[in-house]
Design a protein around this ligand. Structure first.
Ligand code: ADP
Ligand code: MG
Length: 238
């Protein structure tokens, strides 16, 4: 069974005279696969991600997690347990340090207090932050470091679905490459379902499946090379 499914999903912003942003989108997302979503500005990428993340309610159709309508699971429960979000603007809490930011999302997720600090340190070390960085207020970290904290925070809750909106948009190319490698290994090594909205050709190139907006719907782009299948083991770079 697919992890996350869009079942004839449509979306129209309330009060707007414009046509639906999404029309009848049918798409499935699997565990262990790194997806990128591409399309021109205004095509609906952020809207699609908001629907996948349970931040918005479709005006038509159903978003399912493990086959269940997320409305049935409950939006709060879904966001708390099943999805994690990484934004272009990091969305960290500025008066807390890196460790505290990561711990905070574990409190929301329900980890025991004594385990939180240790786990936050492990996660921050795993995304390449050293001991001094971990205790620095986040505005004093570089953009690349802040985005690593955001990735560590997304991992803190063990959510099987990781959604990222332009996560490399504010980063220099070296940091961007590292964040993309991290997201990729989350899919391939940690078995998460990773969906990244991006303008970046590098992100699309690193992903297993490229989904493109076309006439208000999402469709898979032709595979770039044979053998890079839409499966858990697919997409290993040489
Ligand atoms: P993208 O992320 O691909 O740039 P968005 O999903 O943000 O696109 O937006 C898709 C379309 O929906 C655009 O035409 C945008 O103007 C419109 N839109 C986005 N947010 C709102 C809103 N809050 N109210 C009305 N229209 C919106
Ligand atoms: Mg957007």
């Amino acid at each position: 069974m697919s992890l996350l499914t869009f079942d004839s999903v449509s979306y129209k912003y309330a009060g707007s005279n414009t046509p639906e942003v999404l029309q009848n989108v049918n798409i499935s997302f699997e565990k262990g696969v790194f997806y990128s979503i591409i399309g021109p500005s205004g095509s609906g990428k952020t809207t699609a991600l908001s629907l996948a993340g349970g931040l918005d309610i479709p005006t038509g159709g159903v978003v399912r997690f493990e086959g269940r309508d997320i409305r049935e699971i409950g939006y709060t429960e879904y966001r708390r347990r099943h999805v994690a979000l990484v934004f272009q603007s990091y969305n960290l809490i500025p008066y807390l340090n890196a460790e505290e930011n990561v711990c905070l999302s574990m409190e929301i997720g329900g980890t025991y207090p004594h385990e939180r600090k240790e786990r936050a340190r492990q996660l921050l070390a795993s995304v390449g932050l050293n001991e001094a960085d971990i205790h620095r207020p986040v505005p004093r970290l570089s953009g690349g470091q802040q985005q690593r904290v955001a990735v560590a925070r997304a991992l803190a809750g063990d959510a099987p679905v990781i959604l990222a909106d332009e996560p490399t948009g504010n980063l220099d190319s070296e940091s961007a490459t590292e964040i993309v490698a991290m997201l990729r290994s989350l899919a391939h090594e940690a078995g998460r379902c990773v969906v990244v909205v991006s303008h970046s050709a590098e992100v699309a190139k690193a992903s297993d499946v490229v989904l493109r907006f076309h006439h208000h719907t999402l469709e898979p782009l032709e595979r770039k090379a044979p053998g890079r299948g839409n499966g858990p083991a697919g997409g290993e770079a040489p």
